[in-house]
Write a protein that binds this ligand. Structure first.
Ligand SMILES: Nc1ncnc2c1ncn2[C@@H]1O[C@H](COP(=O)(O)OP(=O)(O)OP(=O)(O)O)[C@@H](O)[C@H]1O
Length: 272
């Protein structure tokens, strides 16, 4: 991938004090792509997103080696507001909305960090347009505009969290477990929305425990294990991989053994 394109993470190592959470992770999100990051608890998925969004410092973590760049400019070391201004916005795990504020106020808060100090060519449209786009994606947010956000259902709160991030008009959206704790129908609605957001031109880096859903949305995926990339490749190929089927798609070893391998797209095992 050309260094000026999309997001490039190179040999990223992150520590929380003495704890190494990521070791030598490299990953690309090409412009316009949906890329998924899979992995079990503690694999380092949230840490990766925090490193990109500049929010590691809030967890007493830091980048000890490696580089992150977006559209050819260095992101690593930038403050969270500067990362948002560059067009990279994270929806944190646990949909941290402002529960005492109204839906409308939450959305307005999302627009505050948009492209502050950015070059004029980086302002594709204004906040009003962003708001219209969000309300078209999530009509329920228009219906509940004056309601306190804390009164929304879990799925609606996730919609608000994504909507608030979109108010900053990102070119890359970082999503941390957007379907966690949601009923299957709501998870499917969130998945459809992610597709729609991507179709409108925003790239997505998606961290998901729901591997089946993530692989259905993504073109490429990375599997993190104990802070390292264990496997990566086209999502269709990973969905066919015995290891991923057994460990992340809940398909038993016997079924995997009984399956016919067929033609599989190339996968790369990360070699250190
Ligand atoms: N604030 C922190 N301080 C110290 N260690 C941390 C902190 N946050 C995460 N870690 C450690 O870093 C490693 C990676 O954690 P991380 O939360 O990134 O994993 P994850 O893949 O997102 O897991 P989960 O799905 O459980 O959220 C784990 O060993 C975890 O215990």
């Amino acid at each position: 991938m050309n260094a000026t394109d999309g997001l490039a993470v190179r040999d990223l190592t992150v520590h929380y004090g003495p704890v190494r959470a990521l070791g030598g992770v490299s990953l690309d999100v090409p412009p316009g792509a949906v890329v998924a990051v899979l992995g079990g608890n503690g694999a380092g998925k949230s840490t990766l997103l925090r490193a990109i969004s500049g929010t590691l410092r809030f967890q007493r973590g830091g980048i000890s080696a490696g580089e992150i760049s977006f559209e050819g400019e260095r992101l690593s070391g930038a403050a969270p507001a500067a990362v948002v201004a560059r067009g990279v916005v994270q929806v944190p795990e646990g949909r941290r909305i402002f529960s005492r504020m109204t839906v409308e106020e939450n959305l307005r808060a999302g627009a505050l960090g948009a492209r502050r100090g950015a070059r004029p060519r980086m302002i594709p449209h204004g906040a009003a347009e962003a708001r219209e786009r969000v309300l078209a994606l999530f009509p329920v947010l228009a219906e509940r505009a004056r309601q306190r956000a804390g009164l929304l259902s879990g799925g609606e709160q996730q919609m608000l969290a994504i909507g608030r991030a979109l108010m900053a008009r990102p070119r890359l959206l970082l999503l941390d477990e957007p379907t966690l704790g949601l009923a299957p129908l709501m998870a499917a609605r969130i998945a459809d929305t992610i597709k729609e957001i991507n179709a409108q031109g925003t790239s997505v880096l998606l961290v998901e425990q729901n591997a089946a859903l993530a692989l259905s949305l993504a073109s490429h995926a990375y599997v993190l294990e104990v802070g390292e990339v264990a496997l990566h490749g086209p999502a269709a190929g990973l969905a066919e991989s015995d290891e991923v089927r057994r460990r992340y798609l809940g398909i038993g070893a016997a079924e995997v053994a009984a399956g016919t391998p067929g033609e599989r797209p190339a996968l790369s095992r990360w070699s250190a």
